[in-house]
Design a protein around this ligand. Structure first.
Ligand code: GRF
Length: 214
């Protein structure tokens, strides 16, 4: 069967991109990364893509007069590469509603919290301040409201009494690296059906949960 053609949009480190690159390197994985787009020329993820032989495009958002012009240019390169699914992986730009609508149900994101808790930035410090017992990550379809949309996979980890934002971030990142490839596999295998405010996976209510014990 043809593999799903995916693109990753990044701005930095690219460790989630790396997890997806590694997953796609396994012969029976049902997706392939055909393009990596970064809005920053110094994103470490670009080196990861190049090392894996994946084409890259650097598109500095400041070179575009408006958000819409940037979004339209990204849209164009994605279509030129015949991309079927777009994965936001640490992409630090908000995409406008025209782009989000054009790619509806074909645009996913990973967010470092158990949504709807802690949308936005500094999620790990906020989780510690709120004294939650569990924290984690969410892979979801993108909608216009930031960090919202039907949830595909949730990865949770315990919060330890001694945690700092950094130690908690590292624990969450480990589960992120399992959650993103899993969500991609489910979508690429045609097992995810998007409903109004959630998903069905294999005909049962989602999301799929990965609950790490440490
Ligand atoms: C991750 O924590 C992801 O959840 C968030 O941004 C971070 C990106 O890290 N959206 P990396 O670039 O994948 O290493």
């Amino acid at each position: 069967m043809a593999r799903l053609r995916i693109a990753a949009l990044i701005s930095g480190r690219g460790s989630n991109l790396q997890a997806v690159i590694d997953a796609c390197a396994v012969p029976d994985f049902p997706a392939e990364i055909v393009l990596v787009v970064s809005n920053r020329a110094d994103a470490q993820g670009l080196e990861r893509a190049t090392r894996a032989g994946i084409p890259t495009r650097v598109m500095p958002h400041r070179e575009f007069a408006t958000r819409d012009a940037f979004d339209a240019a990204v849209d164009r390169v994605l279509r030129e590469a015949r991309v079927e699914l777009v994965c936001l992986a640490g992409f630090m730009r908000v995409l406008g509603s025209a782009f989000v609508t054009a790619w509806r149900d074909r645009l996913i994101n990973i967010h470092p919290s158990l949504l709807p808790q802690f949308p936005g930035l500094d999620t790990h410090a906020r989780a510690i301040a709120a004294a939650v017992k569990r924290h984690g990550c969410t892979v979801h379809f993108v909608r216009n409201e930031v960090d919202s949309g039907p949830i595909i996979v949730v990865g949770s980890v315990p919060v330890m009494p001694t945690d700092t934002a950094d130690t908690l971030a590292a624990r969450v990142l480990a589960v992120e690296h399992r959650a993103y490839p899993l969500a991609l596999r489910l979508i690429a295998e045609g097992r995810v059906h998007v409903l109004a405010d959630g998903v069905e996976i294999d005909g049962r209510p989602g999301p799929l949960r990965l609950d790490a014990t440490a």
